[in-house]
Write a protein that binds this ligand. Sequence first.
Ligand code: ATP
Length: 237
Amino acid sequence: GGCATVLSIRGLDAFYGAAQALRDFSVELRGGEVLCLLGRNGAGKTTALKAIMGTVHRPHGRLVLDGRDISGLAPEAVPREGIAHVPQGRRLFSDLTVAENLQIGLNVRPVGRRGLSTALALFPVLAERMSQRAGTLSGGEQTMLSIARAMCLDPKVILLDEPTEGLMPAAIARIREAVAQLRAAGVAVLLVEQRVDAVLPVADRVAFMENGTIRARLDIAEVRADPSVLNRYVGLG
Ligand code: ATP
């Protein structure tokens, strides 16, 4: 994969109160490419995604989407520009139905009908459960719903925070298919994972985080040729 840069992120810092959790975070996200952020617990991966969305205080840094500076946008405006976030823990409205949760995605960005049909073709189980409450879905189905809701934005960029965490192998396979399909559709994918084996099948590039910053960047071909290069950064499996 890998075409033009869709989202350029330069020198992003983020703070929780006075505590700095992200330092000089810089990546170029290209359309049709999956960049994986790896790192141990607390390395700052989740904070990096929140800083892109603007949901954590980020006084420094520059975000350029399709050539347009969006650094100053309010958090609620970021998804409307086509940056979708699938947060850790999914953040669904568990008392609302599947259909109502999807409608929330459609309301954010009215271009999303195509995204909805793509998502339902990918996750047919959701189409069967439209009137069921989200909270009654299995863990894997809830993750699928969270990804489907993000796809309703018809996103240019999608940020996925450990989407396979705690799922059964069959659900993990569905999520990987979703990532592959987004990539094939030209979306820029930023995927956070803790487990190396989760990213090897889907990543194009890997960035390792430690102490709130990127310590190393690798092309996936290097990693596949010698997976032991990863041992320095994260646990295998
Ligand atoms: P995990 O996989 O556990 O989510 P992570 O790499 O995503 O790890 P972050 O959640 O981004 O790491 O955390 C980075 C640092 O920021 C950690 O030191 C963490 O304790 C701190 N932190 C995270 N959220 C908050 C918060 N809401 N308030 C204060 N500190 C926070």
